[in-house]
Each structure stands twice: as structure tokens, then as C-alpha cells.
Design a binder for this molecule. Structure first.
Ligand code: TA6
Length: 276
């Protein structure tokens, strides 16, 4: 049902195969880079993605932590977790139904140079008919820490022109391209570069692609990012074909901007996502 594998360059990942479900999880970044249901990809992965230490994988679900975005110049964009090697703690099989994987990242001399906190980041992934991820930050420092974070999920779609995103009606969002606060009026269709951070998001979000529907249920998050680079930005992005923008949309359950989290010493905070 599961095996630890590596690419020729030694890049390690866990491969999970159940009856109608399969997944691949890189130890770097605790990064789910493949999740299939009935042999259909739910997550999008660039054919040009790197699988090299210290290079983020392009696609799947990058874990943005302890920062989302690039406002904090002391840190790589989207933080350092996605380019850090996690320890594989335990894998629990439950018949042919599901496999639960526990991975852990702790502070190090390198991490403390970038972010001077003692921490433990525990990632729990349940691969089954749904994909369930929990990211638990424990602050083992003597001072309070601030985190912003996100499951930066890339979803496979038939074509960007065919999809709509439901349940964000009336929500306010930051249009990061125009640096403007706007209010969503209806279901979202994408026809240009889109980079929006919705706030006050409590309910599940639906990605509708023809007859296909993916539902995102999150806990511990009230912000959701909707991103598609569209043609021009896509052509400038690393590890992406120039037409890749047509085949994915990012819906990112987050704690971003005003939804940031302060964690007191010896306390923890968990961000959860279930992809149904
Ligand atoms: O979540 C949207 C975003 O912040 C975009 O602005 C774009 O930068 C995207 O993430 C990809 O970032 P990456 O560092 O993975 O290339």
C-alpha cells in the first residue's frame, strides 16, 4: 500500500496505492505532488517541475509556512517549509481504505537564522477517498510568534475557461494585482491574471469544471487565495509550460493578511484542509 522511493538524484518520496486512490508525498516540504482518484488527477503537477532539494515543486500542494507570500523579505517567498526536509515519523495503514502519514519539521541552526523561533511543524496527511491535511504549528519559544500560512493547492482542470468557483459570493477580497479591496458579486470565472485573497471565508468552496466538482473544506482558516497567472505571467514563471495556465487553478486555504495567527509560547495552531 505504501513504499518509500527516490528519484535518481536521491530525492525521496512516499508512494501510496490503494484500490482506486494513489498519491505521492515528497519528504521535502511534506509536499503532496500527486493525488489521483480512479486514475484521474485531482492535483495539477507541472511536467517541468524540479524534484531537487531546495527547489520548490511546481504543483500539488506546496505548504507555505511560516509565511504566505513575499511581504517578509527576510524569508524566501512562501516561507522555508516547502524547501525543507521533513522527518517521516509514521505511516498508518487502514485496510484498503486510507493511509495516514505523519511528517515533522523542527527548528535548526539554519532555520533560526531566518526565523528565530523554536518550533515543531507537524503535518498529518490522510490519503483516502478524500485528501485530508493538517498542519500544526507548536511554538516552543519563550516569545509569541506570528505566522501566515497556506495550502497552496494546484487543481487540475479541463480548461481555465470551463471552470467556476462557488461560495465566495459577497466576500471581500484583496486584489493583489491592483492593491484594491473589492467585493465578489457572483460565482468566479477566470479570464485574465487573477491573484485575490478573500477574507471572512467560513463555508466550503466548490470548484466546478463541467460535471466535475471538487469541494474544499477547511478549518482554522478564514482566508482563501484564488490564483491563476494567465498567459503573460505564466510564460515568465519557473518550471511552467507557457500554456500551463489553461490547465490549473490555485485555490489556497490560508491564514493570510488579516487572517494571520499569533501563537503564544508553548501553544499551537492547526490549519486543516479536506479535499472532497
Ligand atoms: O498564491 C499566489 C502567489 O502568491 C502568486 O502571487 C504567485 O507568486 C504564486 O503564489 C506562485 O508563487 P511561487 O513562489 O510558488 O512561484
Amino acid at each position: 500500500m505504501y513504499s518509500l522511493k527516490s528519484f535518481e538524484n536521491g530525492f525521496e518520496y512516499l508512494e501510496i496505492n490503494l484500490k482506486n486512490i494513489s498519491a505521492k508525498i515528497a519528504l521535502q516540504g511534506a509536499h503532496i505532488f500527486e493525488y489521483k482518484r480512479n486514475k484521474e488527477d485531482v492535483l495539477w503537477l507541472s511536467e517541468l517541475s524540479d524534484f531537487e532539494l531546495l527547489k520548490p515543486i511546481r504543483g500539488g500542494i506546496p505548504l507555505c509556512w511560516p509565511r504566505f507570500g513575499n511581504q517578509d523579505k527576510s524569508m524566501p517567498q512562501h516561507g522555508f517549509a516547502r524547501v525543507s526536509l521533513f522527518e517521516l515519523i509514521e505511516v498508518r495503514e487502514r485496510e484498503q481504505e486510507s493511509v495516514k502519514v505523519f511528517l515533522k519539521l523542527q527548528d535548526s541552526t539554519q532555520s533560526r537564522k531566518i526565523w528565530d523561533y523554536k518550533f515543531e511543524l507537524l503535518v498529518e496527511i490522510i490519503v483516502g477517498e478524500t485528501l485530508h491535511i493538517k498542519m500544526k504549528t507548536s511554538n516552543n519559544s519563550l516569545q509569541e510568534c506570528l505566522i501566515t500560512q497556506a495550502f497552496h493547492s494546484y487543481f487540475c482542470i479541463s480548461d481555465i475557461k470551463n471552470i467556476c468557483i462557488e461560495n465566495l459570493q459577497n466576500k471581500f477580497y484583496l486584489d493583489t494585482l491592483r492593491d484594491e479591496i473589492c467585493q465578489e458579486s457572483s460565482a468566479i470565472h477566470i479570464s485574465c491574471e487573477t491573484d485575490r485573497v478573500y477574507q471572512g471565508v467560513e463555508k466550503e468552496i466548490y470548484l466546478i469544471d463541467g460535471v466535475r466538482e471538487v469541494c474544499l473544506k477547511s478549518k482554522g482558516s478564514s482566508s482563501l487565495v484564488v490564483w491563476n497567472p494567465w498567459r503573460e505571467k505564466c510564460s515568465k514563471m519557473s518550471a511552467m509550460h507557457k500554456d500551463a495556465y489553461k490547465k490549473f487553478v490555485c485555490l489556497e486555504s490560508a491564514n493570510a493578511f488579516e487572517d494571520c495567527k499569533f501563537i503564544r509560547p508553548q501553544e499551537s495552531y492547526t490549519l486543516e484542509l479536506e479535499i472532497v
